[in-house]
Design a protein around this ligand. Structure first.
Ligand SMILES: Cc1cc2nc3c(=O)[nH]c(=O)nc-3n(C[C@H](O)[C@H](O)[C@H](O)COP(=O)(O)OP(=O)(O)OC[C@H]3O[C@@H](n4cnc5c(N)ncnc54)[C@H](O)[C@@H]3O)c2cc1C
Length: 411
């Protein structure tokens, strides 16, 4: 093949966004995706206002039947619950959505294609490494093999990160990792305008489980149901998310109509790589984005918006590097991520350590739900929707959380 200036490995949110922004600036981009669109991706399918902003900026068409708009979040623990609208913000819209990833990702890849990106589906990329340098990329498609020698390779191969791992990408073990499972159910309440999260999970015997549950309505007679937990939970290694899912379905509010009979798909699980736990993020002629970089927000497990955002930020650096033939400019990318997310993710690591103790999680959930104003503020922090003039609160939270964590036993 004739080698493009930029090769993107992986056509999820991160890869498609990076390809879109580079092509829009006139760069020659090829994106390779192992699967064929529309392709499944294990996910809760939830989009916050941060994700919606990125989609709006790329000209995404929300006026499609498989996009379900949501106005906020309902949280509950035991009998206490609160419904909160997404906050008004100077940058972000005050609405979110739910859309199956098969539809969402195909549509965003289509936007990249419209900008001139060449998309090679059912093509698996493998790095060619010589003396520690990425000298080319092997592309396997239907039994045929090609070699590309792009100027820059963008690694957007998701949490499994096989391409990245061959390049020496590793996960920091002292940073949190998430584990989650989801399945689809038929539900009479699928047009609910709220995402719902259960903050105090119990098994069928009423015992506390170290995690959280969600029901995200898709607006088409179905809902996405899932459970998740963090590696900071003390019993993390003994937990089976499929069993957690089964228990959650029996204890979730009746109005969703969840049961073995309404189950449409088997639960499928996946890992959530968070807090920029992966690295190195950049090399001489490559750069890493999205889940491959561990970009998921540990506060709430949201990864789609951070995949779009890191893809866009990386595209800016790659565009400059390719445009000036000065690949040293790629090295500025990690610092920009630190500037954008450093303090916020540092606070998150402390927070998730704190809620790793089920009694703390239970107490925080019940205390929070009794105060609407506290929950409004919590939603803004957890969804990273604090406005510029509210950011100083973030720093104070960090100090308060740090002080609290120091009083806890180490796990
Ligand atoms: C159970 C679960 C629920 C979640 N719920 C939510 C949610 O509700 N909201 C939210 O915002 N986030 C959620 N997330 C996180 C979200 O799914 C990810 O953060 C997001 O998909 C990251 O996008 P990405 O582009 O980095 O990676 P991916 O979406 O994983 O895309 C990577 C792509 O690369 C391709 N690929 C991999 N290797 C190669 C190769 N060698 N050659 C070619 N192609 C390759 C893969 O086929 C894939 O299409 C959830 C995650 C899980 C596991």
């Amino acid at each position: 093949m004739s080698s493009p200036s930029v090769l993107v490995v992986g056509g999820g949110p991160a890869g498609s966004a990076a390809a879109y922004w580079l092509a829009r600036e006139g760069h020659e981009v090829t994106l390779v995706e192992a699967k064929e669109y529309p392709r499944e991706k294990t996910c809760g399918d939830g989009l916050t206002p941060r994700a919606v902003l990125q989609l709006l900026d790329m000209g995404f068409d929300f006026d499609v039947p498989h996009f379900h708009r949501v106005t906020g979040l309902r949280s509950y623990a035991g009998d206490e619950y609160v419904e909160l609208a997404w906050p008004d913000h100077s940058r972000f819209p005050n609405w979110g959505g739910v859309m199956r990833r098969s539809d969402l990702d195909a549509q965003v890849a289509g936007l990249a294609r419209e900008q001139g990106v060449t998309i090679l589906e059912k093509t698996i990329a493998t790095p060619i490494i010589e003396d520690g340098f990425l000298t080319g990329v092997t592309l396997d498609h239907n039994g045929t093999r090609d070699v590309a020698t792009p100027g820059v390779t963008i690694i957007a191969d998701g949490s499994m990160n096989r391409f990245g791992r061959e390049m020496g990408n590793e996960r920091r073990r002292d940073y949190p990792l998430g584990m989650a499972a989801r399945g689809y159910y038929a539900s009479p309440r699928s047009t609910d305008p709220f995402l719902e999260s259960q903050l105090d999970l119990r098994d069928s015997s009423g015992a506390t489980m170290p995690g959280y549950g969600w029901v995200f309505p898709l607006g088409d007679g179905t809902v996405n149901v899932g459970v998740g937990l963090l590696s900071t939970f003390t019993r993390w290694k003994q937990v089976n998310t499929t069993h957690m899912m089964a228990d959650y379905v029996t204890t979730a509010p009746e109005y969703w109509g969840l049961s073995e009979e309404s189950r449409l798909t088997k639960p499928v699980g996946g890992k959530l790589t968070m807090s920029f736990s992966k690295g190195p993020l950049v090399g001489a002629n490559w750069i890493t984005i999205g889940d491959a970089a561990g970009a998921i927000n540990p506060w709430n497990g949201e990864g789609i918006s951070y995949a779009y955002e890191t893809g866009r930020i990386a595209a800016d650096h790659v565009g400059r590097a390719v445009g000036t033939a000065d690949f040293g400019l790629l090295r500025r990318y990690p610092q920009q991520l630190e500037d954008e997310y450093g303090l916020y993710y540092k606070m998150a690591r402390i927070f998730v350590k704190l809620i790793g103790h089920p009694p703390v999680m239970r107490t925080l959930a019940h205390t929070g739900l009794r105060s609407r104003s506290l929950m409004e503020w919590t939603l803004k922090v957890m969804a990273n929707l604090l406005d510029e003039d509210e950011k100083h609160m973030g720093e104070r939270t960090y100090d308060a959380l740090a002080a609290l964590v120091r009083t806890l036993p180490t796990s």
